[in-house]
Design a binder for this molecule. Structure first.
Ligand code: NAD
Length: 434
């Protein structure tokens, strides 16, 4: 195991040299990172195919494209984000001026999960770089081809006192978390998020926690069912349901449930073919442990769509379970797989109360064109972020800070929020001696 105390000490002294505070140095690093993503495109596609059977088009869009978009946006805006901002000064402080200086924290630790193993590692890393930090990245051990590719790309192109990828399992994370970093950015499960927060508290290190949870999709009786079916199916079954913001379960008005399910069947067939098990582009479940966990849900409620699985290829087909109750095992924890349970409601208030009684979700999706319904949902339920008449796409806008609340996390990133997350804003009052 690498000596992490030595690594963090080296990063501290590199940071103290002031090099990373130079905005053009940060832009050069971001440009180099972008070039590495582009020149390794085929390697990234191959690694994700090996780790998750991720289809090329998905890798290009959700792993490479999204990160390149983020980096470009950072490069374009970095000078303005990092410039000192003058603010007003109250009359009680007459004669003085006030401004806010954006200052990098120092050395940041980024811990990433396996489900979008490039995007969720490199997007926060880019934020740390843009803000002027040194960084250590710990990718997930469950996607070993991608993790070792990331290590090769970063470690062979940057000095370790500036950027370093450390591969390893829980022991590696645990050892890294013993060291004092100036910022910790963690993406993963709520349970591990608590472990990270506890470790960070020992050093009073600030954290961003990008966690998970059960994100509902509510389909109201007035919803456009064709669009709702297509957009829910796309958001749920992309990456075989292994997306943190995938709709976890469906809350649908009783009057439109049967119609919605029929339309979802059409969408699934149109997207993945009559027999999904023959579609070699459908991603597999990440590991046997996750496969076994998911397979136990297949007998919950009534199976209305899908249900086939094959452990030898870690394959589970897009599945919809009807007549689910809140007590069923599938409703106890985040599913994180291609299984969509359906619960009906008669009054919107029932759906709202049920969500509010449970931990705050990372995302929420509402399908309704009625403004009163939209207002009621937005004003009564707390959740990380979400969409009206869509799923998952809120996380691909640079202008929408992305993050959770309560059990689904704290803090946010993407676009300027990434820069802000890795920045300490230092407030200065400057008095004149005249
Ligand atoms: P995980 O929490 O098991 O692992 C995440 C990272 O933490 C990995 O690098 C892992 O090696 C490390 N880790 C695991 N156990 C640890 C421990 N005891 N101490 C320290 N580090 C430890 O999560 P996962 O299975 O990789 O990812 C799935 C979860 O992540 C889901 O809950 C999902 O919703 C969530 N997620 C959230 C987001 C988001 O942006 N909010 C994005 C993707 C995934």
């Amino acid at each position: 195991m690498e000596n992490y105390q030595e690594l963090t000490a080296k990063q501290q002294s590199f940071f103290q040299s002031g090099k990373t505070k130079d905005v053009s140095f940060r832009i050069d690093t971001l440009t180099k990172l972008k070039e590495l993503m582009t020149s390794h495109e085929q390697d990234i596609i191959a690694a994700l195919k090996a780790d998750l059977n991720k289809p090329e088009v998905e890798t290009k869009r959700a792993e490479i494209g999204l990160v390149l978009g983020e980096i470009n946006f950072m490069i374009e805006n970095l000078s303005s984000w990092s410039a000192p901002k003058e603010v007003e000064t109250p009359s009680t402080h007459a004669g003085a001026t006030s401004f806010i200086v954006a200052e990098p924290y120092g050395s940041a630790l980024v811990i990433a999960p396996w489900n979008y193993p490039v995007q969720l590692a490199v997007a926060p890393l880019a934020g740390a770089i843009a803000a002027g930090n040194c960084a250590v990245l710990k990718p997930s051990e469950l996607t070993p081809h991608t993790s070792s590719l990331l290590a090769k790309m970063i470690n062979e192109n940057f000095p370790k006192e500036y950027l370093r990828v450390v591969e390893g399992e829980v022991e590696t994370s645990t050892a890294l978390l013993k060291e004092k970093f100036d910022y910790i950015f963690f993406t993963g499960s709520t349970g591990v998020g608590k472990i990270v927060a506890e470790a960070a508290a020992k050093h009073l290190t600030p954290v961003t926690l990008e966690l998970g949870g059960k994100s509902p999709a509510i389909v109201h009786e007035d919803a456009n069912l064709d669009e709702a079916a297509a957009r829910i199916a796309r958001g749920k079954f992309a990456n075989a349901g292994q997306t943190c913001v995938a709709p976890d379960y469906l809350l649908v008005n009783r009057k439109v449930k049967d119609q919605l399910i029929a339309k979802m069947q059409e969408t699934i067939t149109n997207t993945y073919g009559e027999n999904v098990s023959e579609n070699h582009d459908f991603p597999h479940v990440v590991s046997e442990r996750h496969f076994d966990r998911l397979q136990k849900f297949l007998d919950n409620g009534d199976l209305v769509i899908g249900g086939k699985s094959d452990k030898s290829r870690l394959f589970i087909e897009p599945t919809i379970l009807d007549n689910i109750s809140w007590e069923d095992p599938v409703m106890q924890d985040e599913i994180f797989g291609p299984i969509l349970p359906v619960i009906v409601y008669d009054e919107l208030s029932e759906a709202i109360n049920a969500i509010v009684d449970r931990p705050k979700p990372l995302a929420l999706y509402l399908f309704s064109d009625e403004e009163a319904v939209q207002d009621e949902v937005l004003n009564t339920i707390s959740f990380g972020g979400g969409a009206i008449n869509d799923t998952i796409n809120h996380m691909t806008s640079h202008y929408l800070p992305f993050g959770g609340v309560g059990n689904s996390g704290m803090g946010a990133y993407h676009g300027q929020a990434s820069f802000d997350t890795f920045t300490h804003f230092k407030s200065i009052l400057k008095r004149s001696n005249k």
